[in-house]
Design a protein around this ligand. Sequence first.
Ligand code: ZN
Length: 439
Amino acid sequence: MKALRTTFIGIAALPLAVLTFAQTSRRPVTHHSATQTPAAVHASAIVIDTHADTPQRMLDDHYDLTQPLDGGYLNFAAAKQGNLGAEFFSIWVDPRLYPDHAARRTLELIDAVYEQAARTPGQMMMAYSPEDIERAHREHKLAALMGIEGGHSIEDSIGLLRDYYRLGVRYMTLTWSNSNDWADSSGDIDDPNVKHTQDGLTDFGKDVVYEMNRLGMMVDISHVSDKTFYRTVITSRAPVFASHSSARALTNSPRNMTDDMLRAVARSGGPHSHGGVVMVNFYSGFVSDAWRNAWRAQQPEREAAEKAQMAQWKADGKTITYAMTNALDRQWAAKIPRPPLSDLVDHIDHVAKTAGIDHVGLGSDFDGIPASPEGLDSAADLPKITAALMARGYSAEDCRKILGENFLRFFRDVQATAKELQGESPERPAITHSQPPEK
Ligand SMILES: [Zn+2]
């Protein structure tokens, strides 16, 4: 079935290209764009973004989504303008800033999202399921969901993992840029000073994946090392997804996914699964080799300057927050010309053609990245992506899949797998409650 769908997109794209050519050459072509303008298509979609780092702004800077953007990417006004229906707020604990208090910081970030929803019940509602996302859409509210970014948040405890699910967390990225005691990250896999697992996941790591499957928490493979990726795909009983990753064939970052990985995500899950989704990251450094190379070229100078600034802040007795370090990065990023929006659309197009049209979506990384493509300044600019896709021949149906329907299907599959696993045995599976830190 998967192969058929992949072929279908290839064929489906063809007549449209021919049609466009015919249009410019001679006969008048009747096209239904009168009722299907990109703006109308975008407005008709449930738009879902699976990664925004806004909770840190909420927690550290008391940022409220009713306020002006002030350098950020997401607030209610921008979400409304961009018809953003659901946002997964990233619960990300910076392991460098909070090395000993990952769980505490995790809980505070979760609280920041709930507090935002409590203050603005008319504009945002907490959501925990595909049905909740649809309900929020009907009520013209932003559906707020949460995903943990980095398995270090569970502090090697299955109990904490379950607690986070109870608090509403619906996905977890197995690692961030740091490897943890049970899974490896693409961020430090080549660092000989970091201890890594033998097979990508330890036995405990496999238990974590199993328990996520059983709970119905989506398994997110963004950030993990290649080995951990493949081990996870064969371990997970539910389909897996990438909440914010782009294509390595186009931009050679280890954070991006090879074509083989894109196809593996599409095929992931059990026999009843319809496969996972790859939600494309908007970061300039993940969608443009030119930008990435320029960023890497300034790395020694940038890191030295940032280190000096951080030392100064510490000497001044300041508490260093993510907003402060991100502001430094943004100053350096501003020295590099932004890539065109078409670079991002190339990535979406590549994932659609490689994994299949049913396996691609949007994972912006808003408020977590120092730079984005030209014209993409906030959630308000999301309709530009739909316009660019339609200009390339993507149908209204295809666009709605990319904008949210693919993710909703995947979310439902993960829930169905959880139901199956919960039904397999009335007993709770015997899972190691926690593991000692050694691998
Ligand atoms: Zn990330």
